[in-house]
Design a protein around this ligand. Structure first.
Ligand code: ZN
Ligand code: ZN
Ligand code: ZN
Length: 154
């Protein structure tokens, strides 16, 4: 035990959940990767450490972690949900560029000033307009990456 970011334990307590070993291992796997893993990818990684685990537990745990806003679920258009740890650090928040051809995902957080201002303003306006408390957002731009752009246009 003792794996996983420490702030997770407090979050579990607040939500009335227990920090179980599978939950801790899944969080640990997600905290050590920069990739956007599917449930199956996570299963393969967790299985190495905790062979008793089943895919159903992985799915259920990912649902809980998503509801707790510890993990975000993305659909990048390849038919598989992908998961990424939501960091408490604002500096780790990022947006995505997704290639529809090869599935490459670019994380970026070198926002231009207008982008930061736009999203701050957008969240403020939307939450007032719909009386909705916004906790976080997902931003993804879909298209063709550098490589695919040059091969499809030639
Ligand atoms: Zn953002
Ligand atoms: Zn591509
Ligand atoms: Zn990402």
């Amino acid at each position: 035990m003792g794996r996983g970011p420490r702030w997770c334990h407090a979050r579990f307590r607040n939500f009335g959940y227990k920090m179980t070993q599978p939950r801790e291992i899944i969080l640990d796997v997600l905290s050590r990767t920069k990739k956007h893993l599917s449930a199956e990818d996570i299963y393969i990684e967790v299985y190495k450490i905790y062979p008793g685990i089943g895919l159903t537990t992985i799915y259920r745990t990912l649902d809980i972690l998503t509801n707790m806003e510890m993990v975000s679920r993305y659909d990048f258009g390849d038919g598989r949900s992908r998961y990424e740890l939501i960091s408490d650090k604002k500096s780790e928040h990022h947006h995505h560029l997704i290639c529809l051809n090869c599935g490459k995902i670019i994380d970026y957080n070198d926002y231009i000033d207008e982008e930061t201002k736009l999203f701050d303003k957008l969240e403020k306006v939307l939450s007032e307009k719909h009386n909705f408390k916004i906790n976080y957002h997902h931003v993804g731009f879909y298209g063709l990456c550098d490589k695919c752009k040059s091969t499809t246009s030639s």
